[in-house]
Design a binder for this molecule. Sequence first.
Ligand SMILES: Nc1ncnc2c1ncn2[C@@H]1O[C@H](COP(=O)(O)OP(=O)(O)OP(=O)(O)O)[C@@H](O)[C@H]1O
Ligand SMILES: [Mg+2]
Length: 359
Amino acid sequence: MADVVLKAVEKSFGSDRVVKSIDLSVEKGEFFSLLGPSGCGKTTTLRMIAGLETPSSGDLLIRGERMNNVPINRRPTNLVFQRLALFPHLDVMENVAFGLRLKGMPRSEIQRRVADMLDVVSLAGFQTRRVAELSGGQQQRVAIARALVNEPAVLLLDEPLGALDLKLQLKLQRELKRIQRKTGTTFIYVTHNQAEALTLSDRLAVMNEGRIEQIGTPAEMYLGSATSFVASFIGRTNLIKGRVERRGAEMRVTDGPLVIVVNEATGLVEADMAVLSLRPERISILPASAGEGVDATVSEVEFLGSTILYRMRLTDDRLLLVQTLADAAPLSEGMATRLSWDKHAALSIRNTSVSEDVE
Ligand SMILES: Nc1ncnc2c1ncn2[C@@H]1O[C@H](COP(=O)(O)OP(=O)(O)OP(=O)(O)O)[C@@H](O)[C@H]1O
Ligand SMILES: [Mg+2]
């Protein structure tokens, strides 16, 4: 059974519709993310699930029960914010025990539960440490323990790692995933960081301007983006637009100097307007003397560690992103090359009308 269901949920502030008819269904025990750019309505959606905002219309169900007007303390949810509200002058034990004390749970039971939970977040033995004396990552884990100790059916997390440095973010991502698997809690996780959403989620929803553009697994979103917005937001891509033409047995899309052969499996037919996504890592760089491929000149070289991202200028002046494994001798700017790709490397974007590209 689905744990959290939103049916045509909308939220307006005054005349401003910031969440527009959202439908989604999160399964029990699922790690589900809401991903999208700043201001797209992620936090507002999460706050409606938590009970901090009331939907303007639509239905919100948690474990089959309509919750639109149920107050926050009577929902089986708990919320972890980006900038958490721990009590800095209290120790870890008191911070984590807070919700259990409110419920009037016996002292021995509280101590047992807190100790168990600190174990889960790898903070065993930190009970008497004051929160102000912990690192940012340790404080974040206290906040997660404090939310989880109440055994919520659903844990709502709003960019909980946003304030931490990259290395700590990556470490805590792995820990969050481990904690989620261990406790079997349903997680709804808000982030604008696509790498984080892809790493953590069983499924995710990509939001844009108050709407959901696509819901799916990370692989489905990357390999079968429904819109050009999703294709550009989930990783980098090259978007190629043109009308489908038949040449003998082949179907092709021509966009300036790019001629892309499309697969029958894309469902495209002759004369369709197509938008194709050609991922930078699917493009190979050949010497300028190669007998195949399209002419391109290296315009920019971006060293990313394990890979190199090239911006290649085509004869019509447009730039194509090309990503290769890092090489001790990367190509230099101004160098002439040719670019090629496998016949069916470009994927068709199903819905070409939903939204504009990002960037
Ligand atoms: N209480 C409010 N009153 C009026 N407008 C609001 C209110 N809360 C949010 N908004 C507006 O709603 C839109 C969505 O905001 P929201 O906080 O949900 O975005 P977000 O996707 O979480 O963005 P970010 O990644 O920056 O946190 C924004 O345009 C915001 O200004
Ligand atoms: Mg937000």
